[in-house]
Design a protein around this ligand. Structure first.
Ligand code: SAH
Length: 400
């Protein structure tokens, strides 16, 4: 067993059970990519069993803080069973569920979503890469699913020195060698939504917004919103929600043509009029400016942009970008209208996001009631030791 010794004073975060050790905290020791190492304090005290990452700034990711624990197949089986059992207890009203949410589930770098009868997984760290076959077997055993698709094509793999990998990781043998389609239909809040695990974003869909889509449908109905603008719509989850809430005209804006085509299909798949849904393949910022010029107004607007600030270092520029789109959205909102605005940037915390949106309202000359603070669904948990895990935050605002 290889040993990684930390510099004096650098043991504190592991003692608080925070799972990461940065490169600068390591005094000596090394190992192969993903190899299990014993991490110890400067004085030799045991701190954690961890996976080593030779090229990442995050040099070590902890598997366990218990010296008696062995990091073997049984360990991964236990972790995965525990994560799956939590989701079962949460009784989520959908067959699209995040089963493994990385660090929060004790499996740093592993993301697994279940979509109906198939699993879609991202292996984003050297440790999960090394244990991939073991993890795949444990996932099938814990869920009873036979299909597991791999989507290890996120950019963060590069920081770990890992190549991009996609394709079926587990698929039952068929007599003629045919493969199951990568398309799947899930049922969320009673609505039908389709996705393709091979070509969709991330693992295929954004399950973290499930509850917020449901809330949006309710608010659209309560506030009697008829015209809705869904910005960064992806495949139109919030657009379907708007129709379910009684909207009569919904515009979905995204820079991905295939996502918009699917959004349009979702409208009819759920029994709503195709002619009431408009798609715009455009940059949201340009689009909002154009709507303002044209004098357009909406009863409800959703802003769910991609991550503008991957880390705190990008927070300044990202803050300006968030403020800009929120200012425009406030100006496009009818009095009494609803704004659901989000940030999924880890580098922008909930308080800062609130301040940015407040500044945007100020610049737009608009005030609003903050009726609810929003976050990711419970199947994307954070743990009390890992505040970095908290990424999605949002505000539901009713314009005065
Ligand atoms: N609200 C969606 C998820 C949004 S993800 C849901 O509920 O499923 C963010 C989306 O923003 C992606 O679909 C991406 O294609 C789109 N996007 C990124 N940059 C954009 C831009 N500048 N203008 C328009 N869309 C953009």
């Amino acid at each position: 067993m290889k040993i990684i010794t930390l510099r004096e004073g650098k043991e504190r975060s592991l003692l608080r059970r925070h799972p990461w050790v940065f490169q600068g905290s390591v005094a000596k020791g090394g190992a192969d990519s993903g190899e299990t190492v014993r991490v110890q304090a400067y004085d030799g005290r045991f701190l954690a069993w961890a996976a080593f990452s030779p090229s990442s700034q995050i040099r070590v990711r902890a598997w366990s803080f218990d010296e008696a624990e062995r990091i073997d197949a049984a360990f991964f089986e236990r972790q995965i069973r525990q994560a799956v059992a939590l989701r079962a207890r949460l009784a989520i009203d959908s067959d699209g569920i995040r089963l493994i949410h990385g660090e929060a589930d004790g499996l740093p770098g592993l993301i697994v979503d279940q979509y109906g009868d198939l699993l879609s997984a991202q292996f984003l760290s050297t440790g999960t890469e090394r244990w991939k076959a073991t993890i795949a077997d444990a996932l099938l055993a814990a869920t009873g699913c036979a299909y597991l698709y791999e989507r290890s094509d996120a950019n963060v793999r590069k920081l770990e020195g890992l190549e991009s990998v996609t394709g079926w990781l587990r698929h039952p043998d068929t007599a003629d060698g045919t493969r199951r389609s990568t398309d799947v239909t899930i049922h969320e809040n009673g609505w039908k939504l389709t996705l393709d695990v091979a070509t969709g974003h991330k693992t295929g869909y954004y399950l973290d917004q499930r509850d917020n889509r449901s809330l949006f449908a309710k608010l659209v109905r309560q506030l009697d919103c008829k015209t809705v603008l869904n910005c960064y719509s992806y495949t139109g989850g919030f657009s379907v929600a708007a129709f379910e809430g009684g909207a009569t005209e919904v515009t979905s804006v995204d820079s991905s043509g295939p996502a918009l085509a699917r959004a349009h299909d979702h409208v009819t798949l759920n029994g709503h009029e195709a002619s009431a849904h408009f798609t715009l393949d455009a940059d949201v910022n340009d689009c909002l400016r154009q709507f303002l010029k044209d004098g357009r107004r909406f009863d409800a607007i959703v802003l769910d942009p991609p991550k503008f600030a991957p880390s705190a270092a990008h927070a300044d520029r990202a803050s300006r970008a968030y403020k800009d789109i929120n200012r425009l959205a406030f100006m496009l909102l009818n009095p009494g209208g609803l704004l659901l605005t989000f940030s999924c940037s880890g580098g922008i915390d909930a308080d800062l996001f609130h301040k940015i949106v407040a500044g945007a309202g100020m610049d737009a000359g608009v005030d609003g009631y903050l009726i609810k603070r929003l976050e990711a669904t419970a199947d994307h948990p954070t743990t009390i030791n890992f505040p970095e895990g908290e990424y999605l935050k949002g505000l539901a605002i009713v314009r005065k």
